[in-house]
Design a protein around this ligand. Structure first.
Ligand SMILES: O=P(O)(O)OC[C@H]1O[C@H](OP(=O)(O)OP(=O)(O)O)[C@H](O)[C@@H]1O
Ligand SMILES: O=c1cc[nH]c(=O)[nH]1
Ligand SMILES: [Mg+2]
Length: 213
């Protein structure tokens, strides 16, 4: 099942919810957390790629020739917001290996909660591609909004944002800054705490994926 409202799609399939619960648990160790992030992104990919472009090619089945649909991977750009975004990117690339890939390096300053940019490398001709921006966490929303802004400045005009968890505050900030960018998430949690962490959330996604806490 999938709930859509105001440009936000919550993928509430039972498998998605189950895996998200396992990720949230404090005792879930790093290798397990990373594996769950990958599996969850495979399931979310199903929804976020629902209308990706198709090409047609001539093939032969054992019975007859036919013109058959194939994903136009080169018309798709996956963008990971470093570093936690790579935890989603890996699963997406398993599914769509021909996709082009961009990286946006942004970390959130723990005092100001504002994003600081340190890297930006994306494919050319973004105006000809669907761009799917990946980051597990949409907290205050400023990182996502800044990443989308940079991508638009490079020509991206068809952008979707994929995360595992969103705070209501972050979804609002991103939707207000970029109303044309739909959000796909496994859950919208209750709120942010005073340190800008999602409550109940799952903690610091990057630290849990890479074991840096
Ligand atoms: O919505 P916001 O309030 O901007 O916060 C969300 C950002 O914070 C986390 O990254 P972090 O800064 O921890 O960097 P990391 O991926 O290197 O751990 C997360 O992966 C998002 O990029
Ligand atoms: O809860 C949060 C908020 C920002 N970044 C995270 O990794 N987790
Ligand atoms: Mg982090």
């Amino acid at each position: 099942m999938t709930a859509r409202q105001d440009g936000v799609t919550v993928v509430d399939h039972p498998l998605v919810q189950h895996k998200l619960t396992q990720m949230r648990r404090r005792e879930t160790p790093t290798p397990e957390f990373r594996r769950l992030a990958r599996e969850l992104s495979l399931l979310l990919a199903y929804e976020v790629t629902r209308d990706i472009p198709l090409d047609y090619m001539d093939i032969e089945t054992p019975i007859a020739p036919m013109r058959a649909p194939v994903v136009a991977g080169r018309k798709l750009c996956l963008v990971s917001i470093l570093r936690a975004g790579n935890g989603i990117l890996d699963g997406m690339l398993d599914l769509i290996p021909h996709a082009r890939v961009g990286h946006v390096g942004l970390y959130r300053d723990p005092k100001t909660l504002r994003p600081v940019e340190y890297y930006f490398k994306v494919p050319d001709a973004l105006d000809e591609r669907l761009t799917i921006v990946c980051d597990p966490m949409l907290a205050t929303g400023h990182t996502a909004a800044a990443a989308v802004q940079k991508l638009k400045e490079r020509g991206a005009d068809n952008v979707k944002f994929l995360c595992l968890l969103a705070a209501p505050e972050g979804a609002k900030v991103l939707r207000e800054a970029h109303p044309d960018v739909p959000i796909f998430t496994a859950a919208i949690d209750e709120k942010l705490n005073e340190k800008g962490y999602i409550v109940p959330g799952l903690g610091d996604a990057g630290d849990r994926i890479y074991g840096t806490a």
